[in-house]
Design a protein around this ligand. Sequence first.
Ligand SMILES: Nc1ncnc2c1ncn2[C@@H]1O[C@H](COP(=O)(O)OP(=O)(O)O)[C@@H](O)[C@H]1O
Ligand SMILES: [Mg+2]
Length: 457
Amino acid sequence: MKGSISRRLGLMFALSVMLITAVSATLLRCSLKQSLEDQMQNELILRHSVLDPVLAKYDSPAFWVGLREKLDGLTPADERVRYWVLVDDPAYSYGGAMPDGQDWSKRPDGFSTVELPDRHRPMVLLVKTIAAMGSRPELRFIVGLDSTPFMKTLDQFTKMLILISALGVVLVALLGYWIARFGLGPVRRLSRQANSLPPGDSKQRLDTEALPSELQELAVSFNGALARQEAAWCQLEGFNANVAHELRTPLTNLIGQTQVALAHGRDVNELQDLLQSNLEELERMGTIVNDMLFLAGAESGQRATELSDVSLYEEASKTVEYLEPVLHDKQLNVVIKGDMRVCIDRRLFHRSLANLIQNAARYAVPESVIIVRLESHGMQAQVSVSNAGEPIDNVHLEHLFERFYRADAARARSDAHHGLGLSIVRAVASMHGGRVFAHSKDGLNTFGFSLTSQAAR
Ligand SMILES: Nc1ncnc2c1ncn2[C@@H]1O[C@H](COP(=O)(O)OP(=O)(O)O)[C@@H](O)[C@H]1O
Ligand SMILES: [Mg+2]
């Protein structure tokens, strides 16, 4: 239930309804309160309009006896309506002192309220001054209306509003939750489908056809991830086989030679030769294992760390110088074109450029020229090595950077080239945030890699 979308949607629906009902309930209550207040004022105005002319007409104390009786008659037993006549001459006064004990003779005419000691709600008053007439002095006539019954209506209405709103909110929350659950049905179906994918069968994919459009993208991405996983798995399987294969030959040689040596008596010189030959095999195995470890490190996301700011031209010249003997055998010349300053791991740069030049030297036409190009592409340096040689089939070009891949597989297994050179070039490129490329065109084979200057990243 934690973090459930249905619950969150239900809650959000409920919150929205809460907000909407709170606003509309407040508006409704205000409007009812206003109309109740209008109603009270209208009633006060009506009572004044009936009684004011009578009071104005009665101008002697004798008449006031009758008027008092009339006002008594008009005052209900529950004192919901009350009357006061305020005047200095006690012969004309009615209703006694005001309930709040204040002097109301100084208050302005019009509507006001007064608190009653025994009621919760105030009494609404309409005060009017009636001019003197004959022997009767000027007097103030006050009609009061208890607001309790009106406010009771308002309170009841408010309670009802709150109840209905609360009920509405709960209902919407439940409905929202249900709608969301219903709407999310395809997601559950999708996860069931994903769950039921058989563990051994990496070819299985989710069925995207039956899904609503919103989920199709997710399912397609998921299928993409499965496909990549499958590819990685296949590569890994092939890779294990390759490692075993690569190590088997030197191991078989070592075992065979040692067995033969042990079977017959040997003199020291022969044993020394044997050990020398064994050492070579062991060194070959050591190189493979070291290269493998280096590739594993790069693949786990290791980055170049020993950085220095260098001129690629100078570094490439050093590599070429170091490889002079290899180039000399086939009378090859190396031309370095272009230059760029970048911040890279120079040891790794030498390693990958040397791999490329060694390959070029191996496959170049004798007495030809190998071209090393150093170009800058924005923040990236692009290093490529071209040699004149047999065209390489596109089928191979795509795979040459893979571990243990050799275009001329049959020949390669026997010699010192175990097919990791270009994988190391690719690893070095990726450790510098770069890529590798290869193309074969017009009798020229080019292999290269790019590097992002590390300080600039
Ligand atoms: N300059 C080149 N010309 C033609 N083929 C090449 C060149 N460089 C590499 N290759 C092909 O790519 C394969 C892989 O190269 P690499 O990874 O360096 O392995 P290795 O050199 O150990 O065979 C080589 O076996 C070869 O078939
Ligand atoms: Mg090589």
